[in-house]
Design a protein around this ligand. Structure first.
Ligand code: ZN
Ligand code: ZN
Length: 478
């Protein structure tokens, strides 16, 4: 799975400094260090528990191996540890009409056994204080609300060992046949993977007060990042850096329904690329509806509109028209002529707005600002009609100068658009910037100098419209 997921990320143009693994010697070492410190500090305890056991499979059923009706919202497929519909943390005993997901049978009994647990109740004052202080740093609203809900109800002791072969064995006498719960060592792997990446550098990040850790996730993982993992680190008290900012997303639905592989609702990433090969189209359209503040809905019509009207119609068109106009009129075009300061000021304003959105991690609004920049270029071009000036320039020198004034600004707007698109549509951004003489990944500093056009290149469309066939195919996944 690791290799497959890595490939998927790459096929969508996502880069990692290092894409690591949770099951490594490095992560095991840090996980044990933290576990032992928690134990020494008195936060680990032994508990006797009745656990669900499948009489057919002869196995204890943890987490996703037991499902039933959610006692809170009535969702039919709530898991033993959590309901994916209402995000309630559950105990398997709460489930209504539970069944084993391995064999599908309802031959479940509750058997007495020993487990290791972390005493979250004892850690609540520390965790609550931590969340109160850190959540000032631009946490998503749902991360704050969800955490407060837990504090209000009171944190409870949680099992962190499993009768399972998967995972790190519990480093405690009498529990050698059990392994640590995946959510115990998975967040610790943020540290473990940094160590796996570079043994000599990991402490620069994880043992430094200057570290600003920002974590992105879906809302179903909030509890483990605002409460469970911080509690682990606070209890261990070993000086590891802790999260500054949590950006947690709401859910993305497909045409008003939850994604479901079994019910054939929605596409997975591979299916998406098999219909529309350029990942940038997906990246752009999905960011335009990113569920930053509320659940959002992917619709085929919305996707077609994002690609055809915004990406191709506004942005692609701007590149194409600007490059063609300059290339076909290169004999009258003078790149040294001053630009219109009034409109250039508007461009600067939009650029400030873009950087402000990025600083606030409002990525969707940052993307919208790029579209606004393209809009500025398109409306300036329609208003000034530089092609009329190009025609008049044969016998009118001032028309040639006016043409250059307008085209220099339009080239600047197109150049900005190309650079600012880079985080969203990297391949297309690179393709566009080749016309401006940039043959590498762009940097913000590139905005300080005016573009030098490469007029030897024949302008080709950066984007294309989706075909009716593609739109129909995507619609068939509803
Ligand atoms: Zn529920
Ligand atoms: Zn079973």
């Amino acid at each position: 799975m690791h290799e497959e997921i890595k490939l998927l990320f790459e096929s969508f143009g996502c880069n990692f400094t290092y894409y690591g693994n949770t099951h490594t010697a490095q992560n095991k070492e840090i996980t044990y260090e933290i576990f032992n410190a928690l134990n020494k500090n008195g936060y680990i305890e032994e508990v006797q528990k009745d656990l669900p056991y499948c009489n057919f499979d002869k196995l204890f059923l943890y987490d996703r191996y037991i499902e039933g009706k959610c006692p809170v919202c009535g969702f039919e497929k709530a898991r033993g540890d959590q309901c994916d519909n209402c995000s309630s943390i559950l105990d398997p005993k709460d489930l209504i009409e539970p069944y084993c997901t391995l064999c599908g049978k309802r031959e479940i009994v509750f058997k007495k056994t020993k487990n290791i647990a972390i005493d979250l109740a004892k850690l609540q004052p520390q965790v609550e204080k931590f969340v109160k202080e850190r959540s000032k740093f631009n946490w998503s609203r749902n991360a704050i609300n969800e955490s407060e809900k837990y504090f209000k109800n009171g944190l409870k002791r949680r099992d962190i060992s499993r009768h399972s072969k998967w995972g790190f064995p519990v480093p405690l006498k009498g529990f050698e046949d059990q392994t640590l719960f995946v959510w115990f060592d998975a967040p610790i792997a943020y540290i473990g993977i940094t160590k796996e990446w570079q043994d000599s550098k990991w402490e620069n990040y994880w043992m430094s007060e200057e570290t600003k850790l920002i974590q992105f996730m879906g809302k179903d993982n909030i509890f483990f990042h605002t409460i469970f993992f911080p509690a682990t680190l606070l209890g261990a008290n070993l000086g590891f850096s802790m999260v500054n900012t949590i950006r947690s997303y709401e859910f993305l639905n497909w045409e008003g329904k939850k994604f479901s592989k079994s019910r054939g609702v929605g596409m997975d990433l591979e299916q998406a690329l098999s219909v529309v090969k350029n990942p940038d189209y997906w990246r752009f359209a999905l960011m335009a509806i990113a569920p930053e503040n509320a659940d959002t809905d992917f619709t085929t019509d919305g996707f077609a509109e994002a690609v055809n009207k915004m990406l191709n119609g506004k942005i692609g068109n701007l590149f194409q028209r600007v490059l063609m106009l300059i290339k076909t009129n290169r004999e009258i075009f003078d790149s040294r002529v001053e630009i219109d300061e009034g409109v250039a000021g508007k461009l600067d304003e939009l650029y400030s707005k873009y950087t402000k959105h990025f600083k606030n991690i409002e990525l969707r609004d940052a993307l919208k600002t790029v579209v606004e920049i393209a809009d500025l270029g398109n409306s300036y071009m329609s208003e000034k009609a530089p092609w009329v000036l190009a025609k008049a320039a044969k016998d009118d020198k001032s028309a040639a100068k006016d043409f250059s004034t307008i085209m220099n600004l339009l080239a600047k707007i197109a150049y900005y658009t190309g650079i600012l698109l880079f985080p969203f549509t990297p391949d297309s951004s690179r393709a566009a910037l080749a016309y401006f003489g940039i043959e590498r990944d762009p940097k913000f500093e590139d905005l300080k100098k005016m573009p030098v056009l490469n007029l030897g290149l024949e302008p080709k469309p950066i984007f294309e419209k989706l075909t009716d066939q593609q739109i129909k195919k995507i619609g068939s996944y509803s």
